[in-house]
Design a protein around this ligand. Structure first.
Ligand code: ADP
Length: 836
């Protein structure tokens, strides 16, 4: 029974033949060589045991004769030695290196036994183990021949190269990554000599691997940065890693590029630093974008700060040149109609360039096709200006004289899309604009458009400001203008006149000096709120005049906003509302007087009515009593009627009073409505006065009323007058004199004539009227406080008002002379008519 011969040193016994050859012996070297063969077999056994690789032997038929422990480990199984069913290999399955199934009979061992000579690569194969794993193996089958050259067997060594293959695959993978990476990847020695150089590095720097490997890396350093290498190498030697180190390198053709470097030390298997790997990223694009943004912000700030247009545009051309040093830029603007060059702005071009263009009609600068191009508002690229027939010789000469051999003109458009001019990029050689320059052209035209739009808006504001100034300087209202932040930069003349201040002290927030300190905090709070929100401001507060008097002003401040809703100006006005306040006060007083008047009127009207009612009731009772017991005699009847007659007289008196009050009210209402009727007719003033006096004497027989007519008796005083109305005036003066003076004092009425004017005066010895009240007694409804009427009660304060109206309507005047405590004299004049 065949025996498994495994070369296990631990299990070795004397029975364990390690002979690699079949027990049949005929193909065994030992069998062939006798003792000497045995000795050689022993040597072979020792050898097969010692070799550090998998090894086995087969006889001429391929039957496995001997195997070592490594072969068992490689195959993952122990084949049965001498088993004719297991020939050529102890592996479960075999595959060629490219994965094709390989029958054992086609294995290298089988082929060697058949006498074939194998190429090296043909000995590479895959061994599959029982667990399905595969090992990559190189076989070294060697035929064993007898002295006749017949193949009697073979020995095979199997080298497991699985790990090596894996490492190779990983390295290939890595190489593929390095080759295809976007970033440049290179390595160098600690002396700075390039040892590897990938495809991106070739692209980025324009040097092939062949050109660079073996060369110092400093070939790519700009001269002013050579010392960076020592620094980098020092850090690498110290085992440090440099990450995202931003610097500048130069390409093969001398063009600087901005790069970000990541450099790491390379160590050998013992951990010793032997070089450095470099990953280089081209950050020129990012840096450019950063610079573009910085320039853009700078220009937008200039524009927003309201710098003059020329300054903004010049700075714009400077920014373009900074962003691309090979380019000079100019902004050329046309007039409103787009027919002429109006101005040109360029930091890097001689004045003579702008001067050569300014005021030139556009039609002179271009030929026919150029004109079409200009009018189209599209960019115009001239790659060879000196020979570009679209420009007139004048333009071409001007450009060449200023070293402009090519240009790219991009239109600057207004908000409505109409071209306002061009941003011209000027090149000092005949060439087209690069992508970057085209981007700069877009950047430049965009900013120029913004600057021009801002300038026009500012111009509009300036014009409206100018109008406002002219207007505001000529009105008696306070006015001022402020910046969006509330800084007041202009006040009108009236402000300085009223406050007595000077421009220096008021600029900005100096206006506070004119304010009432008590209210100022509230004013500031409201003003700051408006500044923060853009809401209009309205408030009434007092401002101190140059005379020190605080007067109320209605202050309104409104914002002027741009299209984006941003405040561009504040316009403020302050209106003196003292008079308005006084008028309001007067109205309030008048209302109060009206209330008092209504109160008095109600009372005055009610009193006589109540009195008449009471008297009539009494009268009724008396008469009823008379009816129920009629007097017997005539005398008794006349006695009995005495009392009712008195009652009737009292009622009549009350009715007269009522009538007078009602008449006064009606007259006052007519005056108010300008409807008081005066019907003048020739009449005798002396008679009118005499009648009025006579009437009052009859009504008040107890009072002494003197009449002194200073004209010869019987001589008439002819006037053109409404006799009833003039009589009403005399009666009013007379009743007032009687009413406001003590019962026992006399009243004197005088009629004088002087220079064609008659004067009627009524003098009493009453309380007299304080000087300050004398003018007011003529006002409608005014009653002098503290003056009480004797007898029939106070009036409504209408009589004198009506009297003045009547007299003045007759062309006369009224007046009063009075001393408190000594009585008053009320008088009026009337012109005598010619007949007199
Ligand atoms: P009234 O009906 O109240 O008398 P008038 O218009 O006639 O109205 O007079 C206005 C006010 O002038 C009176 O209420 C009174 O206070 C004052 N007044 C008028 N006449 C005299 C006078 N002779 N002596 C003092 N005060 C007078």
């Amino acid at each position: 029974m065949p025996q498994n011969r495994v070369l296990d040193p631990k299990r070795r016994t004397s029975k364990d033949s390690l002979a690699p050859f079949s027990p049949k012996g005929h193909s065994s070297p030992a069998a062939l060589t006798g003792d000497a063969g045995r000795a050689s077999e022993e040597g072979f056994r020792t050898l097969i045991e010692l070799v550090p690789v998998a090894m086995y032997s087969c006889d001429a038929d391929g039957v496995i004769q001997a195997i070592n422990q490594h072969a068992v480990a490689l195959w993952g199984r122990t084949p049965t030695v001498g088993d004719r069913d297991e020939r050529f290999s102890g592996a479960c399955k075999l595959f060629s290196a490219d994965g094709q199934f390989m029958p054992h009979s086609a294995s290298p061992m089988a082929r060697v036994l058949r006498g074939e000579t194998l190429d090296e690569h043909e000995t590479e194969l895959l061994v599959e183990r029982p667990d399905g794993t595969r090992r990559h193996v190189i076989g070294r089958p060697r035929a064993v021949k007898d002295e006749h050259g017949n193949i009697v067997g073979a020995i095979n060594c199997l080298f497991d190269i699985t790990e090596r293959k894996r490492a190779e695959a990983a390295a290939a993978h890595l190489a593929a990554i390095v080759t295809s990476a976007e970033d440049a990847i290179a390595s160098k020695t600690l002396e700075g000599i390039v040892t590897s150089w990938n495809a991106s590095a070739e692209r980025m720097f324009g040097c092939t691997a062949q050109e660079m490997i073996g060369q110092p890396i400093t070939r790519l350093f700009p001269p002013d940065r050579l010392d960076e290498e020592d620094l980098i190498l020092a850090r690498i030697r110290a085992g440090e890693r440099l990450e995202h180190f931003e610097t500048v390198r130069v390409t093969k053709d001398g063009r600087p590029i901005e790069v970000s470097l990541t450099i790491s030390p390379i160590r050998d298997s013992a951990g010793t630093i032997i070089g450095a790997s470099k990953i280089v990223r081209d950050i020129s694009e990012r840096k450019r974008a950063d610079r573009l943004l910085t320039e853009q912000n700078h220009l937008l700030e200039l524009i927003a700060a309201g710098r003059p247009l020329d300054e903004c545009l010049i700075d714009l051309t400077r920014a373009v040149a900074r962003l691309e040093p090979r380019t000079r830029a100019a902004v050329v603007l046309t007039n409103g109609a787009g027919t002429r060059v109006q101005s040109s702005h360029a930091a890097d071009l001689a004045q003579s360039f702008g001067a050569g263009l300014t005021d030139a009609p556009l039609s002179d600068l271009v030929t026919e096709t150029g004109g079409t191009a200009l009018a189209s508002g599209r960019p115009i690229a001239s790659v060879d200006l000196a020979h570009d027939a679209r420009w007139s010789p004048q333009v071409r000469d001007l450009c060449v004289a200023h070293d402009i051999l090519a240009s790219h003109a991009a239109p600057v458009l207004g908000p409505d899309g109409v071209p306002l001019g061009w941003l011209v990029l000027c090149f000092d050689m005949a060439r087209a604009a690069s992508d970057w320059e085209l981007r700069l052209a877009r950047f430049g035209t965009h900013l120029a458009s913004i600057a021009i739009a801002r300038d026009r808006a500012a111009q509009a504001v300036r014009e409206s400001e100018e109008k406002f100034r002219t207007l505001a300087d000529n009105i008696p209202t306070l006015a001022w203008m402020g910046h969006p932040d509330g800084h007041i930069f202009w006040y009108n003349r009236h402000w300085y006149n009223y406050t007595g201040t000077t421009p220096d002290s008021q600029e900005g927030w100096g206006w506070q000096s004119a304010h009432d300190p008590a209210v100022l905090p509230r004013v500031l709070e409201r003003w700051r709120h408006s500044l923060a929100t853009g809401e209009p401001f309205e408030m009434v507060f007092r401002l101190r005049g140059a005379d020190g008097v605080l007067r109320p002003f209605l202050t309104r401040i409104i914002p002027v906003k741009d299209e984006q809703g941003q405040v561009v100006r504040w316009f403020g006005t302050g209106t003196d509302v003292s008079e308005l306040r006084a008028a309001e006060e007067a109205l309030r007083a008048a209302n109060q007087r009206m209330d008092e008047f209504l109160h008095t009127a109600t009372h005055e009207l009610k009193t006589p009515v109540t009195a008449v009612q009471a008297t009539l009731q009494l009268l009724e009772r008396r008469l009823q009593r008379l009816l129920s017991a009629p007097p017997q005699s005539r005398r008794a009847a006349s006695e009995a009627l005495q009392s009712p007659m008195q009652l009737i007289a009292r009622s009549q008196q009350q009715v007269r009073r009522l009538t007078r009050l009602v008449d006064d009210l009606v007259d006052a209402a007519r005056i108010q409505a300008d409807k008081l009727e005066i019907r003048p007719a020739p009449c005798d003033l002396a008679e009118i006065v005499w009648e009025a006096v006579t009437e009052q004497r009859a009504v008040r027989p107890e009072r002494a009323i003197h009449l002194d007519v200073a004209v010869p008796e019987g001589q008439p005083l002819p006037v053109e007058a409404d006799a009833d109305r003039i009589g009403q005036v005399v009666t009013n003066y007379l009743t007032n004199a009687l009413k406001y003076s003590p019962e026992e004092s006399p009243v004197e009425v005088t009629l004088q004539v002087e220079g064609g004017v008659a004067r009627v005066s009524v003098r009493d010895h009453g309380p007299g009227i304080p000087t300050e009240e004398q003018a007011r007694v003529w006002e409608r409804g005014h009653r002098v406080p503290g003056i009480e009427a004797t007898g029939e009660g106070v009036g409504l304060g209408l009589g004198l008002h009506i009297s003045r109206e009547i007299v003045e309507r007759h062309g006369g005047q009224v007046g009063v002379e009075s001393v408190v405590g000594h009585g008053s004299t009320f008088w009026f004049n009337l012109p005598l008519s010619d007949a007199g």
